[in-house]
Design a protein around this ligand. Structure first.
Ligand code: HEM
Length: 538
């Protein structure tokens, strides 16, 4: 082979390499451009989304992070995060209308008007069911509970769980558990304050809510998360929420498999240990009821015992596939789990927000304290005082105002079972319909120009009293209609009792700088720990 031949071949090879390199460069440039366009598109879409949030006034917690997470992983929730379509529809229709958004094959409807909530929750409720995504939060998965079931199944659950929330049970729950927990809280909070008399309110209220649901709900009389740093329940509860709330994004089978592979400890805790704990409690309560059939009042002051005692009045049901008159043990386990899901995080977050808002307002604390001193005896709030609507009016206003501004359920959803007309618009079959309570609860058209401020006195304004008498759907933090929160009074006695003990024991001062953001998780929670400085009162 001659040198010139070599040269020619080398030349050819180098030519080929050069061509390949330049075609790669072209490809890379193309990919870069695509990436840049992708980023620009999302920035623009996020900007539109952000503008839309401003326009609809107040949807808490929709962050940059949630925008991407939900866009990527949850097509069913895409309506929240498809700003262009949402903005276009919102502009086209007024707030009286249902916004109907279609993305690909997905249609989601969006209601922000109280009259529309009424149609969905009451007048046309038979066309809707609870959202199927909630089923992902059940343990065990195949057993339904009050929170997730619908139709006749739900009716039976509601009938059998109703006695657990009767006057008699709630007054026992308050007397035997909540009063004790409230007193223990103020003792322990003071004992564990730091050198500058400061505490993190989130941690303490977390323990309160666990002790309340554990003792009053499940009858775990020796549970003491407030007094015991090493108590396992806070960790279990936190993990259950972490793992199962992913159920609102992913399919259950994926969450279970994913957790089993990547977080085996969490998997064991949520899917093995927790159901076992509940099952053992149910069996223990069953034996106690048998043993104490005469004087067993103490064992009945919890929701599980009441479910065990509960019998169906209606015996037309002749289906032998489940226990004819009462719940099966599996169902009691499933419903107890529902009480934890529905009753722990909600009550906890209301109380954290409430103390945060009050800690910035010493005058209102004093007003509250005076009412408590006048109306509440040594032993704390009892059930008859709670039931007397002419008493504790300011305290009730404080709770309502917290729920209005920071209600733990800022949005409520339903799933349409057939085509149905709402606000003159056709809601198709099989779509999500979201009711944005947080928008109507802060709309200046209803609440005035101070609608975003913490003003408990507003609930005494004649125009607000008249407005709510006329249309209760303007303020329904516990929802409305036949599926409204069954634990409403349970939550209220808990919140009022804790409020009473804390406010009469301490003057609170906010020791956290800056604003506290809102995170729309399963419930709406504060974005970070809140430090409060305590001044002990005599
Ligand atoms: C401040 C605290 C609470 C708030 C704001 C709250 C709010 C709500 C809301 C908005 C719903 C949905 C209703 C619907 O779908 O229309 C609900 C349902 C429910 N809540 Fe609560 N809740 C609270 C505390 C509790 C507590 C303490 C318990 C139990 C001990 C509880 C048990 C339930 C149950 C079992 C359901 C399902 C009822 C059904 O579908 O029939 N909640 N709650």
């Amino acid at each position: 082979m001659s040198i010139s031949q070599h040269n020619t071949i080398d030349g050819l090879l180098s030519n080929i390499n050069h061509t390949t390199a330049s075609s790669h460069a072209w490809l890379w440039n193309f990919i870069y451009v695509l990436l840049i366009l992708f980023v620009i598109y999302h920035l623009y879409a996020y900007y539109q989304h952000f503008k839309e949030i401003q326009r609809v006034k107040h949807i808490p917690g929709y962050s940059f992070y949630s925008y991407f997470t939900l866009r990527l992983f949850n097509p069913e929730q895409d309506f929240l995060f498809s700003p262009r379509l949402q903005a276009r529809n919102a502009k086209k229709f007024g707030k009286e209308n249902i916004w109907r958004i279609t993305i690909g094959t997905n249609t989601v409807c969006f209601a922000v008007h109280p009259d529309n909530y009424k149609e969905i929750l009451v007048t046309k409720d038979k066309y809707f069911r609870k959202h199927p995504l909630f089923n992902n939060m059940n343990i065990p998965h195949h057993v339904k509970n009050l929170f997730t079931d619908y139709g006749d199944g739900w009716k039976r659950h509601r009938q059998l769980t109703k006695p657990s929330f009767s006057d008699e049970v709630l007054s026992l729950v308050l007397r035997d558990h909540i009063s004790y927990i409230a007193k223990r809280l103020v003792e322990k909070m003071w004992e564990n304050r730091d050198k500058s008399d400061t505490i993190i309110i989130n941690n303490w209220i977390n323990r309160v809510a666990i002790d309340v649901i554990g003792r009053a709900g499940f009858g775990m009389a020796d549970l003491d998360a407030i007094g015991n740093e090493n108590e396992r329940m806070p960790l279990i509860t936190k993990t259950i929420f972490q793992v199962l709330s992913a159920g609102l994004l992913f399919k259950r089978k994926h969450i279970e498999a994913f957790t089993k592979i990547f977080f085996p400890e969490k998997y064991k805790m949520v899917f093995k240990e927790w159901p076992n704990i509940l099952f053992n409690i149910v069996e223990k309560r069953e034996n106690e009821i048998k043993l104490e059939s005469e004087s067993g009042e103490i064992f009945k002051s919890n929701l599980i015992s009441q479910m065990l005692l509960s019998k169906r009045e209606d015996d037309r049901q002749t289906d032998d596939t489940y226990t004819k008159y009462g719940f099966t043990k599996d169902e009691i386990v499933a419903n107890s789990h529902a009480f934890l899901l529905a009753g722990w995080d909600t009550s906890q977050n209301v109380q954290i927000w409430m103390f945060y808002l009050l800690s910035k307002d010493k005058e209102r604390q004093e007003k509250l304290r005076n009412e408590f001193r006048e109306q509440v005896g040594e032993s704390g709030i009892d059930f008859s005082l709670y039931m007397d609507m002419d008493k504790l009016t300011y305290a009730r206003n404080v709770v309502s105002e917290t729920l209005r501004l920071k209600g733990p359920a800022p949005t409520n959803s339903r799933f349409s079972m057939q085509k149905v007309e709402i606000a003159g618009k056709m809601v198709p079959k099989g779509v999500t319909i979201e009711m944005k309570f947080c928008i109507s609860q802060t709309d200046p058209d209803y609440w005035g120009n101070d609608s975003m401020e913490f003003v408990p006195e507003r609930f005494d304004r004649p125009e607000v009293i008249d407005m709510l008498k006329e249309n209760k759907f303007i303020f329904c933090p516990f929802s409305a209609g036949k599926r409204q929160c069954i634990g409403k009074r349970f939550a209220e006695i808990e919140i009022l009792s804790i409020l009473h003990q804390v406010i009469t024991s301490f003057e609170l001062e906010c020791a956290t700088e800056g604003e506290i953001g809102e995170v729309a998780d399963v419930t709406m929670k504060p974005s970070r720990d809140i430090y409060l400085k305590l001044k002990k009162l005599n």
